[in-house]
Design a protein around this ligand. Sequence first.
Ligand SMILES: [Zn+2]
Length: 680
Amino acid sequence: MRDMRRCSRSWAPCFLMVMVLLGASCRRVDQPAVGTQEPASQAAQPGEPDAITTSGGFEMVSIPGGRFAMGSTSGEDDEAPVHEVRVDPFLIDRYEVTQAQWARLAGQSEWLAGDPSHFKGANRPVEMISWDLAALYCNVRSRDEGFEPCYDEESGKCNFEADGYRLPTEAEWEYACRAGCDTDFHFGADAGLLGQHAWYAANASKKTHPVGEKKPNAWGLFDMHGNVAEWCNDVYREDYYRTSPAENPPGPEEGEQYVLRGGAWNCTADACRASRRVGEDPGFADACFARDAIGFRCLRRVPDDVDERAATTTAADEKAASPEQAEPEEDVADGDGAEDEPTTQDAEETMPSQAEKPTDPAQAHDPPRRVGFVYDDVYLEHQTGPSHVERPERLEAIVERLRETGLLAGLVRIEPRPAPQEWIATVHARDYVRRLEKSCEEGTRYFDSLDTTISDRSYEAALVAAGGVLAAVDAVMEGRIQSAFCAVRPPGHHALKDRAMGFCLFNNVAIAARYLQKKHKLRKVLIVDWDVHHGNGTQATFYDDPTVLYFSVHQFPFYPGTGAEGERGEGEGAGLTINVPLPPGCGDERFMEVFREKLQPAALKFQPDFVLVSAGFDAHEHDLLGGMTVTAEGFGRLTRSVREIADACCRGRIVSMLEGGYDLDGLARSVEAHLRALAE
Ligand SMILES: [Zn+2]
């Protein structure tokens, strides 16, 4: 048996047959992949994947187990026959292992020292990686996170029972790549769309690119069809599919080569297909193809505690008298699991197209977008008193409306968590946070101002409100959804660094902007605030900040008194606060005009990496506080306008969150129109 470590050092110069394996045998896709007649194509649709970040800092997606049609009858001989395969659930890296991730663990084994990659860049995939090195890295990563390594470092044999990291089997890789799709690519059969999803010969300019720049597949995995080819755990054998087992096929026992999957920067479109297989020498000793096009990603079997947690959540959800929501996993909340799956078909049924079409005709045929929805019962526990307009019934009305109209079932439920203190502290003084916590504990009734009442659970609700928005941001960044609306309370846009006001405790939108910048490393955030009141807290947070464009349209003069046109930011942030004060009585047309003439040009010039919306609906014509005449459909139009900006600048990434809106019916209808517009 080979010694992994020895093999990994045998970097013989390689000239051989780069194109024999990938190029010469490649051919154009000339028909959609088969499989639609296969029983396996009826495979259970996996649910929305959950993403986790491991203790070592790797983002992984939890892929539910399931069946699928593996292989293709229209590809190379070794892709046939198409056969049904079932795989157990697993966690798989969202991205190809990057050079930064390699470097982090390289010090833990002399064999991993240095970055072998040809195309340097911390966020580029590591390449020039032999199978042995990839397997060794899995072991090092397992030890680093306290798991049992899977590979015997002398023989290279994999122990599938170990709980550590390993390379995916071919079946796991193809299942993850397809993400429920049985066509040549995870986005369908049209190779002409490959450029949106992969770096390959036609668009890569003969090099690798930072991971995650192209569109992910439906399960949130990036670069499955390109950038670098990926090692699988399996030994390669051309005719393996003729004899492979139907359950978790582990690959042949013996063989000279290992399997590579996925396309690479130097591949034709045909070589990037989901079912394409390539056998390659594991150590490059004899032959290889473009070593700088070979990398990998890691996989781990789903730990038992994750299963338990999922089960607990489902049971709790069933019991709770919480509003029904679209469950990512099969669920029995209404006794019919089929309705709970947020599939495209459901979304089509529940989200009819609107009168206004997307501006880009190329998008007219796109399926409805995946839209997230954040809600938690704890938001009802922020009690403001019997006569307060900012009351729990607001959220109940929203959820009830979404359920009645069938919209709820098509939304992707995002589970909120309390926001960690470190993220609250990016906007608020620690003293302020402690003071709020203490006031809630002590049963204080008013906090900082007479309009801002609290109860014993308000602190918790405020933490989960901010945390809900952060969870939505994560889900968008992970590619699980394109946009989300957060039905949270207490609201946030009036809250200052060290002072609550205007019913607001933590400034949710400001915290989300800081989170996008610090956690997700995005540079520029656009905040659109269409609440009828000026968002003084948000403005103050970013007044001298050149990385956040704050745009507010609001009634003026009005509470809280700020938001005159002359307030335009200062210092480096000069010009990046835009206030559009309007007199009472303005409606849909005036608001749309403001968005068209002021918001859109400024936003397109700013080119945000993400769009946040302080979505207050108190400019509604029936609102109890505001004096405007915007209709529910008007809010739908405003949403489309913002969506056009997000589409043009940042792949449609929008997270909106509830601020005001006090007429229950007007609020609920407006939120419905807002969500429909997000989903188109
Ligand atoms: Zn308001």
